[in-house]
Design a protein around this ligand. Structure first.
Ligand SMILES: *Cc1c(COP(=O)(O)O)cnc(C)c1O
Length: 362
C-alpha cells in the first residue's frame, strides 16, 4: 500500500530521543528551546513558542488578542475544523471568505466581508500553498493569524509564512515535520510572545509568579527531540516533496476530467498535499476513483469532503455567520489528494501515475 502520509525516522531521530530518555529530563527543557530556535531560523520570526498541538497554537494565538463577544474573525470555510473551533472557543463570531481555484481564501473578496467588528483574519495556507495577501491592504486594527499548520517552509516572495502577525504551525503525525502531536506559534512581536509563554505555563511570569489565569500548553523534550533532526533536514524534506509533485503535475497533465495543481508565481509550495480535482467530465466520479486507487494499493485523501458551513454543528452555532460559499462546495465535491510525501520512491510515483491514468482511461 502506498500511504497518503508516512512518518519515517532515521537513526539521528532515534539517537536524539534516546538521549532525552537517558537524560532524565523529559518535560519542557533545552530540547524544546532548540526546536524553537530552529523554527525561528526557518521562518525568520524572532519569537517562537512551542505548544502541544496546532489546534492549541490557534487557540493560544486568539487568546492573545483580547477578543470580546461579537468581535468577528474572517477565515476560510474550506479548512480543517480546528481553525473554526478555535474562533468559537475564543468567544468570537466566525465569518467567511469563499475560496479560489486553489482552495485558498479568495483575497479579492476579503474587503467586502470586513465590517466594523472584524478584528482578525485567519488565512489558511491549505495543502502547503501559501495565501498571498499581496493586494489586500490590512488596516492596523485587523490582526493576521496564519493557519500555517500545513505550510512549514512555504514562502511568498521569498518570505516564510508565519511572519504576518501570529503564525500557527502543527507537528501532527501527518504533517511535513512531525512530533506525533505538537505545534508552535511564531511572531515578531515581543510582547505577544511573552504573553504566549506566560499563558503556556499556568499564567506564571516566573515560578509561582501568577499574573493571569493560564494553562499547561507545554511541549515535552521528548517531542522536541523527534522534531529537531527533521527541522534540520526541512529543505531536503520539502525538496523531495517538490520533486514528487513536479513529476505528478507533468505526468498527470492532459487527462480529461482531471485538473492538476499548478505552480503559482512568487510562491513556494510546501507540498503538504498534492490535490487534484476530478470534474464532471471524468470517466469516474471522484469517489469511484478513490476506491479504484485503493483497490490498486494507492491511498488517497479527501481534504475536505464538505465546507465547514455545511455541518449543522457549525451552521446552527450562534457564533457562526453562514454565507454562500459556492467555490468551497464545488471543491469539496472534486478534490482528491494523492500521495506526495518525502518517503515515496520514484517507482511509487510511477505506480500512482499509471493507476490514475488507467482508471481515467487516459
Ligand atoms: C493539522 C491542522 C490543524 C491542527 O493541528 P493539530 O496539530 O492537529 O492540532 C489546524 N489547521 C489545519 C489547516 C491543519 O491542517
Amino acid at each position: 500500500m502506498i500511504e497518503i502520509s508516512k512518518p519515517t525516522f532515521d537513526e539521528e531521530v532515534e539517537n536524539e530521543v534516546l538521549a532525552v530518555i537517558r537524560s532524565g529530563q523529559i518535560a519542557q527543557g533545552p530540547k524544546v528551546e532548540q526546536l524553537e530556535s530552529l523554527l525561528s531560523a526557518i521562518t525568520g520570526c524572532s519569537h517562537v513558542v512551542a505548544v502541544t498541538s496546532g489546534t492549541v497554537a490557534l487557540e493560544l494565538a486568539l487568546a492573545l488578542l483580547d477578543l470580546k463577544p461579537g468581535d468577528e474573525i474572517l477565515t476560510s470555510p474550506f479548512t480543517f475544523g480546528a481553525t473554526l473551533n478555535a474562533i468559537i472557543h475564543a468567544g468570537a463570531t466566525a465569518t467567511f471568505v469563499d475560496v479560489d481555484q486553489d482552495g485558498l481564501m479568495n483575497v479579492d473578496l476579503i474587503d467586502e466581508r470586513i465590517t466594523g467588528r472584524t478584528r482578525a483574519l485567519i488565512p489558511v495556507h491549505l495543502y502547503g500553498l501559501p495565501v498571498d495577501l499581496g493586494h489586500f491592504k490590512t488596516d492596523a486594527s485587523i490582526f493576521i493569524v496564519e493557519d500555517a499548520a500545513q505550510a512549514l517552509g512555504a514562502e511568498v516572495n521569498g518570505k516564510s509564512v508565519g511572519g504576518l502577525g501570529l503564525g500557527c504551525f502543527s507537528f501532527y503525525a501527518t504533517k511535513n515535520v512531525t512530533t506525533g502531536e505538537g505545534g508552535a506559534i511564531t511572531t515578531n512581536d515581543r510582547v505577544l510572545a511573552e504573553n504566549a509563554r506566560i499563558l503556556r505555563n499556568q499564567g506564571m511570569r516566573a515560578r509561582y509568579e501568577y499574573v493571569v489565569p493560564g494553562h499547561n500548553l507545554r511541549m515535552t523534550d521528548l517531542q522536541a527531540a523527534l522534531g529537531i533532526p527533521q527541522l534540520k533536514r526541512l529543505t531536503a524534506i520539502n525538496h523531495a516533496r517538490t520533486r514528487n509533485a513536479t513529476r505528478l503535475m507533468t505526468e498527470l497533465s492532459g487527462i480529461p476530467g482531471l485538473k492538476v495543481p499548478a505552480p503559482r508565481a512568487h510562491r513556494t509550495h510546501a507540498w503538504h498535499q498534492f490535490t487534484v480535482k476530478v470534474t464532471a467530465e471524468a470517466r469516474l466520479t471522484r469517489d469511484d476513483l478513490q476506491s479504484q486507487l485503493a483497490a490498486q494499493g494507492i491511498r488517497s485523501g479527501i481534504y475536505y469532503p464538505k465546507a465547514l458551513t455545511d455541518y449543522p454543528c457549525f451552521s446552527e452555532h450562534p457564533q457562526v455567520r453562514v454565507t454562500d460559499v459556492p467555490n468551497s462546495r464545488l471543491l469539496a465535491s472534486e478534490v482528491l489528494s494523492l500521495p506526495v510525501h518525502h518517503g515515496l520512491h520514484d517507482a511509487d510515483i510511477d505506480r500512482i501515475v499509471k493507476e490514475v491514468r488507467d482508471a481515467l482511461g487516459a
